[in-house]
Design a protein. Structure first.
Length: 75
C-alpha cells in the first residue's frame, strides 16, 4: 500500500475539532468576563445601558483577538 501525502478526511475532522476545543479553552477567561459583566448589570452594580454593553463587548473582543491571535473566535 502506497502512503498518501494528503491527510484523510477523518484526520482533518479530528484536527479541526481539536483546534476548536483548544480555542474554546483559551477563550474561557473572556467568556467569564462576559458572564461577570451580565451578572453585575443584573445585580445593579453596573448601569443597564445598550451603549455600555456594546462598548464592553467591542473592547473585550479586541483583547481576545490580541491575546489569542489566529485562535480567537469570530463572534
Amino acid at each position: 500500500m502506497k502512503p498518501s501525502s494528503t491527510p484523510t478526511p477523518s484526520f482533518q475532522t479530528s484536527a479541526a475539532a481539536l483546534a476548536r476545543a483548544g480555542s474554546d479553552v483559551m477563550a474561557l477567561p473572556f467568556d467569564l468576563a462576559r458572564d461577570n459583566y451580565v451578572r453585575a448589570v443584573r445585580a445593579g452594580l453596573i448601569e443597564r445601558s445598550m451603549l455600555h454593553s456594546a462598548r464592553f463587548t467591542r473592547t473585550l473582543r479586541m483583547f481576545e483577538n490580541l491575546a489569542l491571535g489566529l485562535w480567537a473566535r469570530k463572534i
